[in-house]
Design a protein around this ligand. Structure first.
Ligand code: ASP
Length: 328
């Protein structure tokens, strides 16, 4: 197994040490959303709502093929979105799975939390609820995402009747850039109250109806207002079977830093990884990223392999910070 990398430079408080303040963290594609979230919290918005407002920039962005409009579709060419929200002070959650035709999946999850006695709505029921709530119905499959899906279909088999685009050698073309991807954002206000969301179009070309970790509380998002929170991107199936975000928060409760907790959970996941998902060195051959924030403002996380960043806002400005990898 490859050696683990050294400790990251940001295992220190992002600002203020144990003094509560405005903080937000998220996946790299949440960088600009952090400014929105912090600004909204300063105007008095609940952290959970501020987090949802922050991810909407990316849900609306057709060039981000991991979420909302422009998300890569399922194997039938239909975009299906998953999202969850969690509110620290009330310890309530809302989520939607396999939601079609509605761009702002995180906002629908927020309505599930605020306006129903349920936690998770899926499929047609989630869509009907969103329409009832006045969310616009739109086709989320952009031309660029459709093109990627058609390439994928054409390259599935050399023996079918579909021709791959001439620039893409059949069966040997470069994989689409966005096979995985998600946005997660967690925010804390001056009172030390937390809120977060995770939103995604999920794994591209999935079997219709597949629901990943993002809308499952404890898997792709979890927070405890007394401890801190964790969001995740990457192979959802690994989070679903390991309750990863819940585990990170529980380890932080026991005193681990966000980075220590994330590393420990990724190491556990790696240990139990099934053989077909390991590379020649025996390492998990997939990406998984855990982004965590402790109530005292300590932020951090870890990734399973290679390179990746966490977006951090310390109340003054936002920046990207490299995450330490378990395998390089
Ligand atoms: N976690 C997402 C899912 O499995 C995908 C990703 O983040 O890449 O649905």
């Amino acid at each position: 197994m490859a050696r683990a990398t050294s400790r990251s430079a940001f295992a220190q408080p992002a600002g203020g040490g144990s003094k509560p303040g405005y903080f937000a963290i998220g996946s790299a594609n949440a960088l600009h959303g952090l400014d929105v979230a912090i600004g909204n919290m300063r105007d008095g918005m609940r952290p959970v709502e501020a987090a949802v407002a922050g991810v909407q920039l990316t849900e609306d962005n057709p060039d981000d093929h991991s979420v909302g409009l422009g998300g890569l579709p399922n194997e039938d060419g239909i975009v299906e979105l998953d999202a969850s929200v969690m509110d620290g002070p009330s310890h309530k959650c809302g989520a939607v799975g396999a939601l079609r035709d509605i761009c702002h999946a995180s906002a629908v999850a927020l309505r599930v939390m605020d306006l129903t006695d349920h936690v998770l709505l899926v499929g047609e029921g989630a869509r009907r609820f969103a329409v009832e709530q006045g969310f616009p119905v739109e086709n989320l499959l952009t031309d660029a995402a459709r093109n990627e899906w058609q390439k994928w279909k054409a390259e599935l088999s050399p023996n079918d009747n579909r021709l791959a685009p001439p620039t893409e050698p059949r069966g040997g073309g470069a994989p689409p850039e966005f096979t995985w991807g998600t946005i997660t954002l967690m925010a804390m206000n001056e009172a030390g109250d937390l809120g977060g969301t995770t939103s995604t179009s999920g794994r591209s070309y999935k079997i219709p109806g597949r629901v990943g970790d993002s809308p499952v509380i404890g898997a792709g998002l979890y927070l405890d207002n007394e401890v801190g929170g964790c969001g995740s991107t990457g192979r959802g199936e690994a989070n679903l079977i390991n309750c990863s975000c819940f585990a990170v928060v529980e380890l932080m409760r026991q005193g681990r830093t966000p980075e220590e907790a994330a590393r420990e959970v990724l190491a556990r996941i790696a240990k139990k990884c099934e053989p077909r998902l390991r590379n020649a060195r025996g390492e998990p051959d997939y990406q998984l990223k855990l982004y965590a924030m402790r109530k005292d403002g300590l932020v951090g996380g870890a990734i399973m392999r290679d390179k990746g960043d966490v977006a951090v806002h310390d109340g003054t400005h936002s920046r990207l910070i490299p995450l330490p990898a378990i395998y390089t």
